[in-house]
Design a protein around this ligand. Structure first.
Ligand code: MSP
Length: 483
């Protein structure tokens, strides 16, 4: 038991469309890490949410023929439903349209930037890519279009408030270099250091409220209602506003100010926002920086980016309906590295399901509990609640190597399976009942121990197995084979 604190956030998601498997990945990886920390006795706080104050949301609502806030409420409700199905154990879901929870903190932060002399007004003209929610320069474009979104950026001429990010360039670079702000994996740290080497530019931090900009969307700039905060300034602030920064800040004190484990999980496409703008904002406000950024890659399908035209988009809902929550969690945990791009195909998913889940843990639990139910009066529960987990398991998870931790648990599952074959309790029990019972007790004891390590990865399965052991009864078929 470590009894430390652990604060972890996911990115907040744009509710302009349904979530796909990539989004499910970020959230599942986060959930596994938080559950692991809970398992070893840490006091955890787990935040996720939605990023709503942007032009893309308004466009998506108009396309759907709905009022923006009505559209957003519906889409966000679907996010929450998906997270529930994925068994995501978050403590809080923040919405940046929440005027009570989010806005006071975002505005308090802005006032700190002003006090530090880091906000100034400037006429700005440039190309704005709505897909990126960022100004882009001509060298970012290919044939005049954004290569990521295939769209022609808007040319904007506006008066905006600017944030003096350039002032913090060196300081941010030093903190990343020294790992005071640790970026995992190392390759992403190098990438961002080379970007920071060029020095950071000041950045436009507000947008004028346009004629059709809906009420209730966008945090008003303190002292200037005609401007709303730039969506990334507003969105990044969520990591502390959710905890009550700028309003009732007990949680903020506990999990941000006085906590050594402030961690953000994010995908590689949003690394710069998290490792340049966000630290700059915190330095300007005189607040502690995050300790760790875990930057994962992208999920591809059959080696290609998921796209509707290629027909290779994998919908998490479909997989969940066909295989169940824990099968999806298992695939993401074991077969996608948290540090690199990873691939999924329906064929591989099915093979893995049958081999590792139906024939693996499902079959093992059923074999052992069938023996226990037939030959034992009750199970030996002395291993329940043990937390002296093997180093292979804790080291892997402490280093965010979820795939390795999962592989390790499966190596114990295979070893236990072999032990049944080697010790043949079903034969022994007929010749020497006492000896047979002793072997079966050993097997259930090891099953209970493995099962606890399974909890962060497959929480519902882990619960079913523990309950079966406690009731000394064979569980229902955990993972029926798929043909
Ligand atoms: N709203 C911003 C984040 C603001 S955080 C203060 C955003 N939202 S998003 O909905 O576009 O993306 C959310 C997360 O999903 C990001 O971490 C992104 O990297 C991740 N993914 C999007 N597509 C992905 C894959 N194909 N694979 C894995 N993750 C990917 O960005």
């Amino acid at each position: 038991m470590t009894n430390k604190k652990f604060y972890l956030t996911t990115p907040i998601f744009y509710p302009n469309a349904k979530l796909h498997l990539g989004h499910a990945y970020t959230t599942t990886v986060s959930d596994i890490l938080v559950r692991y920390h809970r398992l070893i006795g840490d006091k955890t706080y787990f935040l996720t949410g939605s990023d709503e104050n942007a032009q893309t949301m308004i466009n998506a609502a108009h396309k759907a023929g709905q009022e923006p806030l009505v559209f957003l409420n519906e889409t966000v409700a679907k996010f929450a439903a998906l997270f529930k199905e994925l068994d995501i154990s978050y403590d809080q879901f923040i919405r940046t349209t929440d005027q009570k929870v989010h806005w006071p903190g975002a505005q308090a932060l802005w006032k700190k930037f002003v006090e530090s002399g880091d906000i100034y007004k400037k006429e700005y003209e440039g190309f704005y890519c709505v897909g990126h929610e960022a100004f882009v320069t001509e060298k970012d474009l290919v044939g005049g279009k954004c290569p990521d979104h295939g769209t022609t950026p808007e040319f904007l001429k506006e008066e905006n408030y600017f944030f003096r990010l350039s002032k913090y360039s060196d300081s941010i670079k030093n903190k990343i270099e020294s790992d005071e702000l640790k970026i995992v994996p190392e390759s992403r740290k190098k990438e961002i250091l080379s970007f920071l080497g060029e020095g950071l530019q000041d950045i436009s931090f507000s947008r004028p409220r346009r004629g059709d900009w809906p009420e209730g969307l966008g945090v008003p700039v303190p002292g200037d209602d005609l401007q709303v905060m730039y969506v990334w300034c507003d969105a990044l602030a969520n990591y502390i506003t959710a905890l009550g920064y700028g309003r009732d800040d007990a949680l903020y004190q506990e999990f941000w100010q006085d906590n050594e484990t402030r961690m953000h999980v994010l995908g590689k496409d949003i690394l710069r926002f998290h490792s340049a703008i966000w630290p700059g904002m915190l330095l300007s406000a005189g607040l502690p920086l995050p300790k760790t950024l875990l930057v994962h890659g992208f999920i591809t399908s059959g080696g290609k980016k998921m796209s509707k035209t290629l027909g290779n988009v994998i919908d998490p809902e479909e997989l969940l309906a066909e295989y169940g929550t824990d099968a999806v969690r298992y695939y993401l945990a074991r077969y996608i590295s948290p540090f690199e791009d990873g691939d999924i195909t329906r064929e591989h998913f099915k093979d893995v399901y049958n081999a590792d889940l139906a024939n693996g843990i499902g079959n093992l639990a059923s074999r052992i509990m069938q023996l226990a139910q037939t030959h034992l009066d009750k199970s030996d529960l002395s291993n329940l609640g043990r937390s002296d987990f093997p180093k292979e398991y804790t080291d892997a998870l402490d280093n965010f190597e979820i795939h390795k931790a999962t592989e390790y648990v499966w190596s114990r599952i295979q070893a236990l399976d072999r032990r049944i074959t080697d010790t043949a309790p079903f034969k022994v029990v007929k010749e020497d009942a006492q000896m047979g019972r002793a072997i079966i007790t050993e097997l259930t004891t090891e099953l209970a121990f493995i099962d606890q390590m399974l909890e962060p990865i497959l929480p519902a399965t882990s619960k079913k197995i523990i309950e079966a052991i406690m009731a000394n009864k064979k569980p229902e078929n955990l993972f029926p084979r798929k043909d």
